[in-house]
Design a protein around this ligand. Structure first.
Ligand SMILES: Cc1cc2nc3c(=O)[nH]c(=O)nc-3n(C[C@H](O)[C@H](O)[C@H](O)COP(=O)(O)OP(=O)(O)OC[C@H]3O[C@@H](n4cnc5c(N)ncnc54)[C@H](O)[C@@H]3O)c2cc1C
Length: 404
């Protein structure tokens, strides 16, 4: 029996220090520039590929950590460097998670390497669920996938919005409805590989934060893919739909299963931003003098820093617990995955706001990174399920009731 310990093992410590070094030396120095440019930071992704961070083996090994902590550690460190660049580097992993959750072993072998490419020939991937009229309510997707038996192919029509790497990606995993009458249980995921006709980028969005990460609409117009691109295969889909039509319980919904697994990792990114802001504000409070003393010598400032640090550490414990539960396949009976993302996301917004307050006017201008961290933090209460939706999931889990 293993003794309880919160100490990282040697591999995890080495990983943390290595990713931190990259975040400190490669990511942070260019964070302001890519925020201003609001473009995908290709040279940084290329550098991450060269050192082996944007790399299939790295992601596979990191995800395979039986404690579940390695990916959380990686995301926290990279996001400490810059959350937008972190997403530009790791946004593809959401599509990877989609393929891992729904794909057969053969499909995983075929498609996952295509999500990364190789240094000098980088590839990006995107996971598209959200639509203009289906955000929190993923059961109301309108993108339709229709099967043609004669050609064993699927044709997709519809529009996705707010998609990370949308249209820019070489490979898209698109969640579409195959039977609208069944809501989210009538949905399936499709791989749209590079070079497929009928998929295009719509509007690219200009955002408040995480501006180095590309977010755009994806338009599907008679987009035809072979039957083999349905993740999980037709036989499994037909069996699942038959079970649902008979009123039997179906497996987890396609999109929700992917988001459930990735929530602690989104929380880990939020912690990275919060930690960056806390560290910066702490040093600033020790240096900045007003009324003849350092501002940290006032309880009002010192206690603020105490609360910031306490919330960050509490967030990390929730994220590590959820990541460990996911890796060891313990069911989230009280919505622990949602809890971790909810608390870490709200902590990031609060801590970065406090950091601006501690820096005063200097916190409000673009010459200092703190206002950027605040802008970056806000998305963590919105994407991959808003804070309200996380509370809904937890409320239903703890009450056993269908809370609305
Ligand atoms: C930068 C960015 C990147 C994104 N990347 C991706 C991506 O890669 N792939 C993807 O598929 N999606 C992506 N999204 C979409 C994201 O997941 C959605 O924006 C999010 O789920 C919320 O949906 P919505 O914006 O339509 O808001 P809505 O669902 O319209 O919600 C609006 C408000 O109503 C509240 N609300 C809604 N329903 C309820 C309820 N039942 N109870 C209480 N409150 C409720 C919400 O909490 C929110 O406050 C991204 C979004 C952004 C902004």
């Amino acid at each position: 029996m293993t003794e309880f310990s919160l100490e990282l093992n040697d591999d995890q410590t080495t990983l943390r220090d290595w990713v931190h070094e990259f975040a400190e030396n490669v990511v942070r120095p260019v964070a302001h520039e890519w925020d201003e440019r609001e473009e995908t930071p290709w040279p940084v992704i290329e550098e991450a590929a060269k050192v082996g961070i944007y790399d299939l083996d790295f992601v596979a090994t990191t995800f395979a950590d039986p404690t579940g902590l390695s990916m959380a550690i990686t995301f926290e460190e990279m996001s400490w460097g810059d959350a937008g660049i972190c997403l530009a580097i790791f946004g593809s992993t959401l599509a990877v998670a989609g393929i891992m959750n729904a794909g057969t072993p053969e499909q995983q072998m075929e498609w996952i390497p295509q999500c990364f490419g190789t240094p000098g020939d980088l590839k990006l991937a995107a996971f598209g669920v959200t639509e203009p009229d289906a955000g929190s309510d993923v059961s109301s997707l309108r993108t339709r996938a229709v099967y043609d038996e004669a050609t064993d192919s699927w044709t997709l029509n519809g529009a996705k919005t707010w998609i990370t790497n949308g249209g820019l990606a070489n490979l898209h995993v698109i969640v579409a409805t195959v039977d609208p009458s069944l809501g989210s249980r009538g949905q399936a995921s499709f791989v749209i590989p590079e070079g497929t006709a009928g998929i295009s980028q719509g509007q690219k969005f200009q955002k408040m934060g995480i501006r180095a990460s590309h977010t755009a609409e994806v338009i599907l117009q008679d987009c035809k893919v072979p039957g083999a691109n349905l993740l999980g295969g037709k036989e499994k889909l037909d069996a699942r739909l038959a079970r649902v039509r008979e009123g039997k319980k179906a497996q987890a919904q396609t999109a929700m299963a992917t988001f459930e697994a990735s929530r602690p990792l989104i929380g880990a990114q939020a912690i990275g931003i919060a930690r960056a802001a806390y560290e910066y504000a702490l040093e600033y409070a020790k240096e900045r003098k007003q009324f003849g003393r350092a501002i940290i010598e006032n309880q009002a400032i010192a206690f603020k820093l105490v609360d910031m640090k306490t919330h960050i550490d509490a967030s990390r414990l929730l994220v590590w617990r959820a990541a460990w539960m996911a890796a060891t396949r313990k069911p989230f009976l009280a919505g622990e995955g949602s809890m971790s993302k909810l608390f870490a996301g709200e902590t990031a917004v609060r801590v970065t706001d406090d950091a601006i307050q501690i820096l005063g006017g200097y916190g409000y201008v673009r010459d200092y990174p703190v206002e950027r961290w605040h802008r970056d933090s806000k998305i963590y209460t919105i994407f991959e399920g808003t804070s309200e939706i996380q509370r809904l999931i937890i409320a239903r889990a703890i009450s056993g009731l269908h809370i609305n």
